[in-house]
Ligand binder design. Sequence first.
Ligand code: SF4
Length: 272
Amino acid sequence: MTRLWDFASYNLWSLFSPPVGKEHWHCDMKRGFTKARKKEPQVKALLDRDNTWQRIGILAQQGVYEFHQRPQFLHRSDGVDRVADILQLSEEVEQVRERVTQTLHNYQSNPILADREIVELNRGDEGFPEPIVVCEGRYRFNLYAAIDCIFREPDGTLHILDLKTGKSDFDRRQAYVYLLACRYRYRGERAVASFYNLETQERSRPIPATGTQLKAIRMELARISKIHQDQLREYRWKQQSFERLYPANPGWNCQYCPFESICQFADREVSA
Ligand code: SF4
C-alpha cells in the first residue's frame, strides 16, 4: 500500500524513542508539537526561532564544504579567514562566529577528508534530500537521509561520514539509517558509517551493518512511519486526543524543551 505522505527518517525515529541511556530526557509530547501542531502560529514561531546550535552545525559543515571547493585554503595561512569570509561569519552572533571559526581552525589542522576519494560532500543547507522509496512487505514509505559526506576507502568500501558539532551524541541508529539509505542508492556496494565531531575532533569507529540488521532497521522505520501517520490522522479528527497520543513526560528535560513556554505540563519548578 502506498500512502503519499508516509515517511521515516532518523530524526523521526529519535522523536519516537531516545538513545539508550537517555530515556529520562524523552517526551512524546515534543513529537506532538513538532509534527502534529507545527503549523499553529505559536508552535511555528518556536520552531522557527533562531537556534544557535543548529546554526553552528550548518556553518561548520559549510566550512568543510568550502575548504574542499578550494583545497588551497587548507594550506594557506589566511585559509581560515578566507573561508570565514565566504561563510560571512562576521554577520553571525559572537557565539556562533567563535565556535565556527574554531571548527575551521580544527579542520585546517586536521583535514580528515584531504586525500580521500570524495563521492558526495554536501553543504548542509540543501533542504530536504531526495526521498528513497522503501518497501516493507506491501507497505511503502519515503526514507529521508541527509548524508553529509561519503568517501571511498582504498579497498572500495563506501564510508558515510556524519559531521557533528557541540555535545551531540553518536547514535548508532543514525548510522544504520544512513547505511540503509546507502544500500538503496549504491546497490551492491559495501559500506560503513562513522561520526566525526568538528569541535571536539572526536570520531567514532566505522560502523558496519549486516543484511539482517538493515532488514530490522527497515521494519522498525516502517513501523514508526505507520504509527506516525495514524497518530497524525487521529489528531486531525480529534484534537482533544493530543495528550493521549503524545503523552507528556515532565521533568528535568522541560528546561531544555523549545515548547516549555506553551506546554501546560512543563515542570516549571525545575525550569525556574
Ligand atoms: S515542556 Fe516538558 S512536558 Fe512539555 S513537551 Fe516539553 S519536555 Fe514535554
